[in-house]
Design a binder for this molecule. Sequence first.
Ligand code: SAJ
Length: 415
Amino acid sequence: MKQVNLKTICVLGLGHIGLPTALLLQNKEYSVVGVDVNEKTVNMINRGETPFTEPGLANLLKHKNITAKTKVENADVFIIAVPTPLNRSLNVADLKYVKSATDMIYPHLKRGNLVILESTVPPKTGENIVIPLLEKSGLKIGEFYFAHCPERAIPGRTIYEMINNDRVIGGFDKTSTDLAHKVYSSFVLGEIHLVDMKTAEFIKLIENTYRDVNIALANELAQIAEEFGIDVWEGIEIANKHPRVNIHSPGPGVGGHCVALDPWFLIENSTKGKIISMAREINDSMPNYVLELLKTIIDPLTEDSTITIFGVAYKGDQSDIRESPAIKLIEMAHNLGIKIRCYDPYVEDFQFELFCLDEAVKDSDCIVVIADHKCFKDISPQKLGKMMREKNLLDTRNILCHEKWKEAGFKVKCL
Ligand code: SAJ
């Protein structure tokens, strides 16, 4: 491998991926600076406070040896870990943060530097967008190095998965790939697979697309099973005993910053993708289906009705509300004039009012479980039933003990 200095690292974006990455790198031979445009985040990190919750993060921050800043500094390695939102009107990746991070780097780019893109991007973004922007430095690719190493860790287990999952690295050339491999092998225990740049971009996207399509299948099966009066959960559980079947779980829709977006990135420059776009439509329409189910439970569902939402996070045991299906459900219910009262013991900031448990169920006509928080299993239906106007439960995640709720006098419906 070419002898290149890899001592100082500048990580751009101190969010769910960038911050843990910076903290895992600092434990090794590197001197790490973290950069974020959000001054509040930077100040919190410098005080050793966690800007978001993630198991193991507080402990890493307690022993931190990184400095957070709002401006980029010269470094040997630059890692871009900024979000790639979806442009909702066009269903294409919005690369504004990737571009602005790249713009912050190129004035500091020196011969022999390595730039790594971790952000999820459509195939060929490295080649067509990021490298040309970096060349505004006056250097040509080959004089500096570039690799894509997509993050693949799941929120709630980010740090464990960052260390233990396999990684994929696709460099512009062999030197770029080898240098990026050296950086990641300092903390990754999983196998590191070396491919070309566009294949690395593709692999990341097909992982989340696989999940989205599989969830859409489960959601469609739930709707077919409803027509036949079949318990879809029992059906899927037993079908999955087959050694080559792995159907995912139905639910109120797909949230989060990845699975609900990445399938669009995969097909935005392609003429194909029918199954993929159909899966997106099925998953995006699940809140509409939940509302239809509610109309069969509360008849008529009117402006006098009050619905209690249990869990507004996009998935269980998380405070993350990004793209949560609860948001669409609440907005549609509000359009109909229905009163909504949300309860989520994990979430502090939400665009709709959050209530304590008692307030959320007071005079309610139905509880709808949206996020599968384990703590909901400990709630006593006896006590809640006394405070509600009607004892109805719609469990879109199949996480509660339905027998217990029925014994307490509830009418129970499961997705
Ligand atoms: N969901 C279902 N049914 C299921 C599984 C999930 O309805 O059977 C829903 C969840 O409730 C949630 C959404 O799908 O609303 C997505 O949740 P998730 O747990 O599938 O995934 P994320 O978005 O939290 O993280 C994914 C992970 N990708 C894969 O597992 C293939 C993670 O490894 C990626 O790093 C992450 O996307 C990312 O950043 O791309």
